[in-house]
Design a protein around this ligand. Structure first.
Ligand code: NDP
Length: 285
């Protein structure tokens, strides 16, 4: 039987991309999943994929804030913004109310904002940095604080989704990289504090993954397709391809699975097909 059978998982940002791929993998492994996002239609697609993967209807919870019946399915109106404190509180309370416990929190929701392709850190308004922190860091702290009392009971795990952008120069999204670096430090601080409560905290830092990321950041669909096409053919990726959401999902399940990864605490797992191995000095080596 899978380690995750009957375990309760919250995955933020599961209406698309990596979060969706991860939700489906958890569902396939018998977990009860709380899925969430801002787009009701794509969230419903995730729910259907979880059902297809073997989840029962009652094992999936979709959470929104504004509706009176946020414990039930959200039909086609949904506002599930992780930057909204009241939403994050409801996300945790609705999950525990429905499933009775919480085993794993996956802090995956996040993203960048492309103000201009021609601007770098010296030209972008500093206020943009605040926006990146509001989206990529603060919700992780808030949700984790809310989840800890429940995770302590189950000796559970938190997995944060950061980025190799935390280690790289990232024109035109420098503040995104800076926010992900801050997130890595948050992972380390939380891991140290929570280990004595029996809660493990780790991070996966993906390289390029085929998702809606660029479009969500403000690129056109055509630009996004071209970007991923170029990356797919990029000889700087030793693996020879970019990652799919499931590639990252598998790492998230590994980090969330105490029977597999108990020894990892405060670990930043680079999951990039070898991109970080390449040096700008010797690109052809
Ligand atoms: P997608 O745009 O495909 O998915 C992002 C998910 O996060 C969506 O479900 C989106 O919901 C949700 N989300 C974004 N902002 C908010 C918000 N304010 N409130 C609630 N939900 C929100 O991108 P990815 O799957 O690629 O991104 C997932 C994570 O992976 C992010 O943290 C990203 O930084 C990280 N990452 C991605 C990489 C890549 O190459 N794709 C590389 C490295 C890291 P909705 O669509 O409903 O608004």
């Amino acid at each position: 039987m899978s380690f995750f059978a009957g375990r309760v998982i919250i995955i933020t940002g599961s209406s698309n991309g990596i979060g969706r791929g991860t939700a489906v993998l958890f569902a396939k492994n018998g977990a009860k999943v709380t899925i969430t996002g801002r787009n009701a239609e794509t969230l419903e697609e995730t729910r259907q994929l979880c059902l297809k993967a073997g989840a029962k209807d009652y094992e999936i919870l979709q959470v929104c804030t504004w509706s009176k019946d946020f414990f039930t399915r959200c039909s086609f109106q949904l506002i599930g913004d992780v930057t909204d404190e009241s939403f994050t509180a409801k996300l945790v309370s609705a999950t525990v109310e429905k499933f009775g416990k919480l085993d794993v929190l996956v802090n995956n929701a996040g993203g960048a904002s492309i103000e201009s392709f021609n601007k770098g850190i010296m030209d972008l308004p500093v206020g943009e940095f605040d926006k990146m922190m509001e989206l990529n860091v603060k919700p992780v702290l808030r949700l984790s604080q809310l989840a800890v009392p429940h995770l302590e009971k189950t000796k559970g795990a938190i997995v944060n989704v950061s980025s190799i952008g935390a280690f790289h120069h990232l024109n035109p999204i420098p503040y995104y990289g800076a926010a992900k670096s801050a997130l890595d430090q948050v992972t380390i601080q939380m891991a140290g504090s929570l280990a004595k409560k029996g809660i493990r905290v780790n991070s996966v830092n993906p390289g390029p993954v085929l998702t809606n990321f660029a479009v969500a950041a403000g690129a056109s669909k055509e630009m996004s397709d071209k970007l991923f096409e170029d990356m797919a053919a990029n000889p700087m990726i030793p693996l020879g391809r970019i990652a799919l959401p499931e590639d990252i999902g598998k790492i998230i399940l590994f980090l969330a699975n105490r029977s597999q990864s108990e020894i990892l605490i405060g670990h930043i797992v680079t999951a990039d097909g070898g991109v970080m191995l390449k040096s700008a000095m010797f690109p052809d080596a």
